[in-house]
Design a protein around this ligand. Structure first.
Ligand code: AQP
Length: 337
């Protein structure tokens, strides 16, 4: 039965506190997909080290992100939850694909351009450039049919598809070509302090992001201080100068499930303060159950360890099958077992 269901793979980097953007763009979709797909969800710690990380913090965040998967509603009975570095096939296939990936494709990636621009040029790690090949390995190892991600990862998914096709062309049909799954509402949640930049977990400023593990009061305070404009008009818009209000409306749309028209009608004659209060309410209503579940999970480290150990075992089994096929296709000798 399991082998007949289509497979989904996705992951989040333990590079900071998970944000509302990670929830709306990724986690929330994952929960829904469990009913339809055979799902693999990993905490991508090998990706996190493409920019400098503090080791103790990385270890702690890795567990925190895994606990948030559970708290958000990922069911370990139905889905495989694991830590990327626990399955060494990711690094192995990552290397094989690195050797196949044209440098020109990698230099074109906007995430590489953005993240490398934030560092001293001489200290940009080669791993940052190779981020997309490791992501391709994550996906292709499980022969995933679909990958649910936010809009910022669309280009990396295109890269994965192109690289898989390149491999299939060179070595014969090997990989399933995965489809991207982008949410209809909230594919790109913007920073509350700067609505023209994506809300990001590694952005340090205090009023930038709503964190999944913060208190409801903190979330409300940040939303009440969110940057808006002086138009005093509540409507969806793609004009950059109205990006703050549009972002608040987008969050409201994603979490309330209402249509644009219904939302705009609801706020006719109201002020930005009313909009912010309504957004804070729907955000906290959504996040509070996850927050209390998360608190309970942090008190039982053994439970989380058990889930991650059996998840890694299941993932390894599947990943090794693909890796053997790749070894065979590329001309490696297959190890005797
Ligand atoms: N602002 C966002 N809106 C919608 N979706 C988002 N995602 C991230 N930010 C938003 C989605 O969350 C998933 C996990 O992302 P990631 O951790 O692999 O890396 P990222 O996309 O680079 O996310 P961050 O939060 O911005 O991390 P840092 O700051 O470490 O780079 C992906 O599906 C992503 O689309």
């Amino acid at each position: 039965m399991e082998t007949q269901r289509k497979r989904v793979l996705s992951g989040i980097q333990p590079s900071g506190n998970l944000t509302l953007g990670n929830y709306i763009g990724a986690l929330r979709q994952w929960v829904a997909e469990q009913a339809v797909y055979q799902c693999y969800f990993c905490v991508v710690d090998l990706h996190a080290i493409t920019v400098p990380q503090d080791p103790a913090e990385l270890r702690q965040k890795t567990r925190e992100v895994a606990a948030l998967y559970l708290a958000a509603g990922i069911d370990p009975e139905r889905s495989t939850i694991f830590i990327q570095s626990h399955v060494s096939a990711h690094a192995e296939l990552g290397w094989m694909l690195t050797c196949l990936a044209p440098l020109g494709w990698l230099y074109r990636m906007t995430q590489f351009k953005d993240k490398s621009a934030k560092q001293q040029q001489e200290s940009v790690g080669a791993g940052l450039l190779n981020y997309p090949t490791l992501m391709a390995a994550d996906i292709l190892l499980y022969q995933a049919h679909a990958v649910p991600v936010g809009d910022d990862q669309r280009q990396h998914l295109e890269f994965t598809r192109d690289l898989a096709q390149r491999f299939n062309h060179h070595y014969g049909e090997t990989f399933v070509i995965p489809e991207v799954m982008i949410p209809k509402a909230g594919a790109r949640i913007m920073g509350l302090d700067n609505p023209n930049a994506k809300m990001s977990k590694s952005e340090a400023s205090e009023y930038h992001a709503i964190y999944l593990t913060e208190t409801p009061e903190q979330s409300k305070k940040k939303l009440m201080r969110a940057v808006t404009d002086s138009f005093a008009e509540i409507r969806f818009s793609d004009e950059p100068e109205r990006a703050g209000v549009n972002n608040l409306l987008t969050i409201y749309e994603a979490l309330s499930g209402q249509t644009h028209d219904a939302i705009e009608a609801q706020f006719v004659g109201k002020g930005y303060g009313d909009l912010k209060k309504a957004v804070a309410e729907v955000v906290n209503e959504t996040l509070n159950p996850m927050r209390s579940h998360y608190q309970k999970l942090t008190q039982d480290a053994g439970y989380l360890d058990g889930i991650l150990a059996s998840g890694a075992e299941r993932a390894r089994e599947r990943a090794e099958q693909t890796l053997d096929l790749v070894r065979e296709r590329m001309g490696f000798t297959i190890p005797k077992r």
